[in-house]
Design a binder for this molecule. Sequence first.
Ligand code: FEO
Length: 397
Amino acid sequence: MMKSVKVVKDLHWVGAIDYNVRHFHGFSYTVHHGTTYNAYLMVDEKIALIDAVFGPFSDEMFRRIESVIDPERIDYVISNHTEMDHSGAIPEVLNRVPNARLVCTEKAVDPLKKHYPDGWEIETVETGDEISLGEKTLRFYEAPMLHWPETMFTYYVEEQVLLPNDAFGQHFATAKRFADEVDQTTLWREAEKYYANILWPLSRMVKRKIEEIVEMGLPIKIIAPSHGVIWRKNPLEIVNKYLGWAKGELVQDKVVIAWDTMWESTTKIALAIAEGIDDEGLEPLLRLIPHSDRGDIMADLLEAKGVLVGSSTLHNEILPTVAPLLSDFEALKPADKKAAAFGSYGWAGGAVDKIQVMMKNGKMQVIMKPFTVKWVPTEEELSQAREYGSEFARKVK
Ligand code: FEO
């Protein structure tokens, strides 16, 4: 039997572990360590299931629920977020327990009805609303844009457990359920990658919501997100990380250099720029784009001081391999990151202009004119590229 895991008194993890998934949101985000879909069961006089799992994992969730109670005893199904990795198993729950009440925000009604046109009755809640399960209470806080407009947080009042759905999660499949039980390097890298690739464009809302929670003086002993492991020792560590990332404060002495090349000229420029950055005491993170993972590059950038992107020119354009990273810049808006473009060209240029346009679309600060070389760089041009790297480093220091 698959077992539940007790989080605190009367709250059990009953989710599913997806060890094999490697892509998320279609193919837009690689998850090197798989993920988990965390559902939680509150057991009191009444019983609430807080979020569900991705549809194909519903059997796993039911087996874990059955290790605690008969699933037919569920009174409430709380949907904090309607994306299908959390709501996919809700139809099966409500088919098995037709009298259970589905609870969500007003904004969640439309997506739930469109995703699952089963005619369920839905009870909506707003910030501050509570459901008493007997001795224990669930309170709700709307959290729009963390990361969808309909998202809310559920709070287990008596034990001070925040269940914020996607916020504070990590795509990390492990047999362990708590953050203090797993490898810390992997944990924090996955948390960082998750923020960079999901929450970065929403940083303003992240900051506002955290400040709101701090102002409310909401005590938090445990944060139980919907992906990855549960934060039970010093849960404010991840909250402070989010605040730091949202404000762009957690920056180290690093610069990302990401590029692709046709005949190695752009690689020669990238290596010379890296030497110049190193000369100034910053660490260049060199990422040949076809050999790198876009999501990882975005995670590298989260705590870097800036980024240089290079491309050879092909048909007056950037190389097609470079386009997806720049498209991520446009979508994820690594606002205020300092940036510059470089590259080689032959008969005609064009790539660096396109790089700059896409960086600016991503609200980045392009702080230097592009560095370009026609044909193959000479020794003198490589010296200039090195100085260009040094100048970039001095400007971002
Ligand atoms: Fe984990 Fe927005 O779904």
